[in-house]
Design a protein around this ligand. Structure first.
Ligand code: SF4
Length: 210
């Protein structure tokens, strides 16, 4: 009985030490802007996110900083696998909040069908993205993403959205075992949000490092 008690105690101590190590590595990586031990960082971030609200007084970390770091880490970890995919196997999901408030398009089962009226940058950029061979969908939310992924079976995804949307989207694609890259909008909100389009095109057309 005593031996069992020791085993449990040692296991708890070992887990505690591992959690502490993950927290330290994650915090140092965030502060330095570099990914140390990236495989350890992903579980470290899950712990850190839960503790962020408590920790921020001590460490000056805020929720947005943790989420933003988590997205960059996901992108870093998925980058190589995603970059090896053929363009035809990639799907780009744009949020409908990027469209003009005067958008004449209607919602279909495939999302918003852009009429290229050029009132917003979707019309200007969608053809360029599709010209590279990938499929582009403008969607109102994750339900559409799930349905369209099921229908078209892409091997990789680029998801655009606000910080929390991208974070949740990356977690969803992790569960689907799809390599996904997140691109965060440059202005949040529900209408006429903005995006750094050259960054999106750069991410969508990533190639493996030589
Ligand atoms: S370019 Fe497309 S998405 Fe943008 S407002 Fe016009 S129809 Fe809507």
């Amino acid at each position: 009985m005593a031996a069992l008690g020791y085993i449990v105690l040692i296991s708890i101590l070992a887990l505690g030490l591992l959690a502490l190590l993950m927290l330290i590595v994650t915090s140092v990586s965030m502060r330095k802007g570099r990914f140390y031990l990236p495989r350890l960082l992903r579980p470290g971030l899950i712990i850190l996110e839960g503790l962020a609200k408590t920790l921020w007084r001590v460490s000056n970390l805020d929720d947005r900083e943790v989420v933003s770091f988590s997205i960059r880490l996901h992108n870093q970890l998925n980058r190589e696998r995603f970059s090896r995919l053929a363009m035809e196997d990639r799907m780009i999901f744009l949020p409908q909040c990027l469209r003009s408030i005067e958008c004449p398009s209607n919602l279909s089962t495939e999302g918003l069908v852009c009429k290229r009226c050029m009132r917003c940058d979707i019309g200007r950029s969608i053809d360029e993205l599709e010209g590279h061979g990938c499929r582009v969908c403008v969607v109102p939310g994750s339900t559409f993403v799930k349905r369209l992924v099921k229908k078209y079976r892409p091997k990789g995804i680029v998801g655009v959205g606000c910080l929390m949307e991208v974070k949740e989207g990356l977690e969803m694609t992790d569960r689907m075992d799809l390599p996904a890259m997140g691109v965060v909008t440059t202005k949040d909100g529900c209408i006429e949000t903005t995006l750094d389009w050259p960054t999106l095109i750069e991410v969508a057309t990533l190639r493996p490092a030589e």
